[in-house]
Design a protein around this ligand. Structure first.
Ligand SMILES: NC(=O)c1ccc[n+]([C@@H]2O[C@H](COP(=O)([O-])OP(=O)(O)OC[C@H]3O[C@@H](n4cnc5c(N)ncnc54)[C@H](O)[C@@H]3O)[C@@H](O)[C@H]2O)c1
Length: 264
């Protein structure tokens, strides 16, 4: 189950966190993986621990030139591209009154423009690979529970992730209509223990009037039906499933991995 033998994946924002763990799990599942990020040192280190099956390349998802160079280098090194994971993302942690236009523009250029560019510029390679593959190629977009319900902490982040949720469904429909054989699905993590998860807790603590993120962590956990925060591994398993042929009948769907928070 969930094998990716012989597949080639490109994961944006994979130097650390959910993307880093997805890279590790994909390599373990038999794939070759390109890790794209702006954190060069951390990205190289993540790739080094994964051996020859992984390659780090600098990729600022807001740059068309970076996407073009990374896709060309992926084809050069591994010969094709079967799987794109649009994972790079930013969290702002400010409410509407505090956020500036410049902050919105930075946030939306990574969380929205980055997903559009990745999808558009990977498309020719994904289409080529789909022709050689029994179940076609795959895109997985990292949205969030904040792309399904309103965020109590970060309305601008929620706006970007809501956009990713419906872009995913629209891209799935467009590629199906055109017969490209590319499945497109989104993953929706709840609060996950990563650097971004810490940022969420810092914001939560501030909104509770304290500097102690343990107070915010306790509040998050108390509200979670499963009774713990998620890990990168919880999310990576879902992404690997969506990327594998076991999800061959899924496109335009939203995989919620949130410890039950949006069930209530
Ligand atoms: N951690 C959570 O609680 C949580 C919850 C829901 C959704 N998500 C989503 O999951 C994804 C991964 O989040 P994470 O928790 O691993 O966060 P993280 O901050 O640990 O990792 C995000 C990565 O994206 C990279 N990145 C940022 N800007 C970039 C750019 N312009 N180009 C390329 N890379 C860039 C960062 O350098 C970092 O390595 C994000 O899209 C995030 O919105 C996270």
């Amino acid at each position: 189950m969930n094998r990716l033998d012989g597949k080639v994946a490109l994961i944006s924002g994979a130097a650390r966190g959910i993307g880093g763990e997805t890279a590790r799990l994909m390599v373990e599942s038999g794939a070759n993986v390109v890790i794209g990020d702006v954190l060069d040192e951390r990205g190289r280190e993540t790739a080094r621990t994964l051996g020859d099956a992984a390659l780090y390349l600098r990729l600022d998802v807001t740059s068309e030139a970076d996407w073009q160079a990374v896709i060309a280098a992926t084809l050069d090194r591994f010969g094709k591209l079967d799987i794109l994971v649009n994972n790079a993302g930013l969290f702002l942690g400010k409410d509407i009154e505090a956020a500036s236009r410049a902050e919105w523009e930075r946030l939306s250029s990574v969380n929205l423009t980055g997903v559009f560019l990745g999808t558009k510029l990977s498309l020719p390679a994904l289409r080529d690979a789909a022709q050689q593959s029994a179940c076609g190629s795959v895109i997985v977009n990292l949205a969030s529970t904040a792309g399904l319900v309103g965020s109590t902490q970060d309305p601008l982040y929620s706006m970007t992730k809501g956009g990713v949720t419906l872009f995913t469904k629209s891209a799935a429909l467009e590629f199906a209509r055109k017969g490209y054989r590319i499945r497109v699905n989104s993953a929706h993590p709840g609060t996950i223990d990563t650097d971004m998860g810490d940022q969420v807790l810092v914001t939560g603590a501030r909104n509770l009037g304290t500097n102690d993120i343990e107070v915010a962590r306790r509040q998050v956990i108390d509200r979670l039906p499963i009774g713990r925060m998620g890990t990168s591994n919880d999310i990576a398993k879902g992404i690997v499933f969506l990327a594998s042929d076991d999800a061959a009948f899924m496109t335009g769907s939203a995989l919620v991995v949130d410890g039950g928070i949006t069930a209530q």
